[in-house]
Design a protein around this ligand. Structure first.
Ligand SMILES: [Zn+2]
Length: 437
């Protein structure tokens, strides 16, 4: 599996977004007869195959024509303990949490059960082409440790942390702030910056965290370098009204997090379906990312997210699948859902294939402070990639046989390429998933 010390030249159409297509025209780069040169797990070159073949005669060449190379997909919001409640349709956020998500999350107290869920979760990330994920852990330290261990064994980049709550969920999911501090500290020492793993301080949401618990989050961030932060924000009207009641001194939902220093370039907040203009301005000023989860927003009836308002305010956005409030692990499907909902949003937008690819790849790397490492195929980045090869009898294969415009090919992949089209996935050049042949 190791690729150390040798050069490999992959031949297939290559798509990536080395720049932000919301800011620059032509940010989508495509090499139709493309080549990706990988050396020691890094991108050594990306361009036209014939030129790379001549320039690097020593490289071992693999002909992957018939498929397509994309950067590894990046999920900026997902919950590992919720895999087995996927598909619980027909409810809204608070009712869904109480009836579906929290009972399953309570089962993570059983370490063996949690480990089997965690390993299935990591396998599902890899088999859907997701090479990096910012994931909520469990409310239990051993279960959260199991997620880190499974990710390390599988080679997937996982950023995660113990989920912190001390009220309003179920008693077995609550910790005292002191216990939360100690357990988080131990997990940070064991897993933060270990291989591809990073630790993310994870207050579940303002609704379930007291001021004392939010202060614990602030303390952890001040005591350790390079931690990330993940939480939820402005998802549902009932939730927002309840947060106002619980924090009467805070002018809005975001202010609760601001007071404890939980915003900033390493913070990712999921949803923000119902922001005020002031909140958008402050999110932009603090360089906090919003993880847009369009399948979840629609499935839970949370509302129509306005990407236009976020972009106009200068708020950085990336994509999250929000398993299990969402509808599965596929980030291309999530990008398609973003396209569909933005056509219908109050301030409608027609997102281009390049913008959708960016949201599912480089935007996530930027959100997670990993833009130097992954997210596109610029030279010296890690060779994190997904190789899509549609099954030969599939409608996608039939559509692609008619197309030659790279933009239309990418649009067809975004529309029709499901898990069955993921043929191979690599992180730092090493295969982490290969479809059964
Ligand atoms: Zn969530």
């Amino acid at each position: 599996m190791s690729s150390i010390g040798r050069s490999e030249l992959l031949r297939a159409p290559v798509f990536h977004t080395p720049a932000n297509p919301f800011l620059q025209d032509r940010a989508l780069e495509c090499h139709w007869d493309g080549g990706l040169l990988i050396r020691d797990g890094r991108i050594a070159a990306c361009g036209d195959y014939s030129e790379l073949r001549v320039a690097h005669p020593e490289a071992q060449s693999s002909d992957l024509r018939g498929g397509f190379l994309l950067p590894g997909l990046i999920d900026t919001h997902i919950h590992f303990p919720q895999v087995r409640v996927l598909g619980s349709l027909g409810r809204s956020l608070l009712d869904w949490l109480e009836s579906c998500a929290l009972p399953e999350e309570a089962r993570m107290a059983d370490g063996a059960y949690a480990r089997s869920v965690a390993c299935g979760f990591v396998r599902a990330l890899a088999s859907h082409g997701t090479t990096t994920a910012l994931a909520f852990g469990a409310h239990f330290a051993p279960a959260t440790a199991a997620l880190f261990e499974c990710a390390q064994e599988a080679g997937v980049r996982v950023l995660s942390g113990l989920v912190l709550s001390d009220r309003r969920l179920r008693p077995e999911l609550h910790q005292s702030p002191d216990a939360a501090y100690q357990a988080s500290k131990t997990l940070i020492e064991r897993f933060h910056k270990r291989g591809r793993l990073l630790y993310a301080v994870t207050p579940r949401f303002a609704l379930s965290t007291s001021e004392a618990m939010l202060e614990v989050c602030q303390t952890l961030l001040s005591e350790h370098d390079g931690l990330r932060i993940q939480t939820h924000l402005n998802e549902n009207h009932t939730e927002i009204a309840e947060v106002r009641r619980l924090f009467p001194a805070a002018p809005d939902y975001l202010a609760v997090y601001e007071r404890f220093g939980l915003c900033g370039p390493r913070a990712v907040m999921a949803h923000n379906v119902h922001p005020s203009d002031s909140e958008l301005r402050r999110l932009a000023a603090s360089h906090t990312t919003i993880a847009h989860c369009p399948c979840s927003n629609a499935a839970l009836g949370s509302g129509l997210f306005s990407l236009q308002r976020h972009l106009q305010a200068g708020v950085h956005c990336a994509l999250g699948t929000d398993v299990g409030g969402g509808t599965g692990f596929g980030l291309l499907k999530e990008a398609l859902q973003a396209y569909l909902l933005q056509r219908l949003a109050p301030e409608p937008a027609v997102l281009s294939p390049g913008q959708l690819l960016y949201l599912a790849t480089r935007a996530g790397a930027e959100a997670l402070g990993l833009a130097e490492e992954t997210g596109d195929f610029q030279v010296e980045k890690a060779a994190d990639l997904v190789y899509l090869r549609p099954p030969s009898e599939s409608p996608l294969a039939a559509v692609l046989s008619q197309l030659e415009s790279p933009e239309r090919v990418l649009a067809a992949l975004l529309t029709l390429a499901g898990q069955e089209s993921v043929a191979e996935v690599r992180v730092e050049g090493s295969v982490i998933y290969r479809a059964p042949s």
